[in-house]
Design a binder for this molecule. Structure first.
Ligand SMILES: C[S@@+](CC[C@H](N)C(=O)[O-])C[C@H]1O[C@@H](n2cnc3c(N)ncnc32)[C@H](O)[C@@H]1O
Ligand code: SF4
Length: 417
């Protein structure tokens, strides 16, 4: 990812929203889109009770009271400023993630959703997801979230084993995780559970017991992650003893076999769903749809007839609050170059087990599929991409070596031969 040099600066970030919109809509560009893709909204909540030692997300330990009111004001200003870029477009999904957005008060969440509804054209049956951490959950608050319009909960359980939860620095134990699962299952028809495996000191039997414990609550959706040691985390500095590659692979195979037998179909590299319970918000990312991201460190991808624009916001909550208060929440805004777009498309699409229709490439990028003809041929020759002219889909081997497959679509001077 470090090699990526996508960027053509669009306009200085202090330019007014209306001028920015005029430039984005009217100036000539490198691509030609026949229609705009579906649009989602992501809202980032950057605080947690405590920073977990493995986590490299933009999350910050709350020092004292969270400035909820100021943050909601800032989100509002951020959304207002970006509206001219999405006039007339409907929003299909909302995802409130973090951090730990379940630290928001019920009144705060109600205000947030009311602010969103007042400004964007939200579809009547929009999927609205809230990420919650079991240590911050209580039944009454969950019901209020549901009553405010949240219709999908994503619960970060990670493990149901106290020894492993302690090793992960989690603020909850297994009893609290089970209680949160029970509340989620009785309050929400649709919910996701995040579970990790290959944890410090974990055995195959313990990984299996975690999964079976979670399955006891019949989650409609599961996200299953191999614990990775990310740079700039406490685990990178003080590496814990984690299962070797062979044991981690055995765990993955065992867990996938159990899930297949339980009716949770793997539809993305780490995502499993029952019938009609795929995550619509995440599917939009993987299908290279558009998203507005508001909040500290949030990213947006917005398409126009002749360009695709990326925006970022300052990561530090304090800086974000200061900037949003004066109507300048953007940190950076760039146009993605046509040379970079195919890699970004395949980075997402190839994560899907069924891939995407081949026609989606030109629909989303405004470029002909022939621009990646050589890379497609190499990927097929290596047995990483299915030999199907109608779909762009990784083979089973390609899913196992996804990074190698995706790297074939890097801009030509960066791609492996
Ligand atoms: C944005 S995080 C946060 C969710 C929520 N704050 C929580 O921790 O309960 C989303 C998920 O990514 C996964 N995750 C975070 N760091 C990871 C890592 N280093 N390796 C694998 N999965 C990770 C965890 O399962 C986590 O629940
Ligand atoms: S609670 Fe979630 S977002 Fe916060 S530090 Fe832990 S893993 Fe990261």
């Amino acid at each position: 990812m470090d090699k990526i040099r996508p960027v053509i600066p669009l306009v200085p970030v202090h330019v007014s929203p209306a001028d920015r919109a005029a430039r984005a809509f009217l100036a000539t560009g490198e691509i030609s889109l026949s229609a705009l893709p579906p649009l989602s909204l992501y809202v980032h909540f950057p605080w947690c009770v405590k920073k977990c030692p493995y986590c490299d997300f933009n999350s910050h330990e709350a020092q004292g009271a969270i400035p909820e009111h100021e943050y909601l004001d800032a989100l509002n200003a951020d959304l207002e400023a970006v509206l001219p870029l999405i006039w007339g477009r409907r929003v299909h999904t909302v995802f409130i993630g973090g951090g730990t957005p379940s630290l928001l008060s019920a009144a705060g969440l109600e205000r947030l959703l009311a602010d969103v509804r007042a400004r964007v054209n939200l579809e009547a049956d929009a999927e609205i997801t809230l990420e919650a951490n079991p240590g911050t959950v209580e039944a009454k608050r969950f019901r209020t979230y549901r009553d405010a319009g949240v219709n999908r909960l994503s619960l970060g359980v990670q493990s149901l084993n106290d020894r492993h939860l302690r090793a992960l620095g989690r603020i909850h134990d297994a009893t609290e995780a089970r209680a949160a699962l029970a509340i989620a299952a009785s309050t929400f028809e649709n919910f996701n559970v995040d579970l990790m495996y290959a944890l410090p000191g974990q055995t195959l039997e313990e990984a299996e017991a975690d999964l079976r414990g979670v399955l006891g609550f019949s989650p409609p959706h599961l996200s299953l992650y191999h614990l990775t040691i990310e740079p700039n985390t406490v685990f990178a500095k003080f590496p814990p003893g984690i299962p070797d590659d062979e044991l981690a692979l055995d765990m993955q195979e065992r867990l996938l076999a159990i899930l297949a037998g339980e009716g949770l179909m793997r539809y993305e590299i780490s995502a499993f769903a029952r019938h009609k319970r795929k995550a619509r918000h995440n599917l939009n990312y993987w299908h290279f749809g558009d998203y507005l991201g508001i909040g500290a460190g949030a990213h947006s991808k917005i398409s126009f007839a002749h360009r695709i624009v990326r925006q970022t916001r300052p990561r530090q909550p304090k800086t974000y609050l200061e900037r949003a208060a004066v109507g300048a929440s953007l940190f950076d805004e760039t146009e993605v170059s046509s040379g970079q777009l195919p890699f970004e498309f395949f980075l997402n699409a190839l994560r899907l087990v069924e891939g995407v229709p081949s026609s989606q490439f030109s629909e989303r990028l405004g470029l002909p599929l022939s621009v990646v003809a050589d890379a497609l041929q190499r990927a097929r020759q290596k047995g990483l991409l299915a030999n199907d002219p109608l779909r762009l889909r990784a083979t089973a081997l390609g899913l196992d070596f996804l990074n190698d497959l995706q790297a074939l679509f890097l801009p030509s001077d960066d791609a492996p031969q």
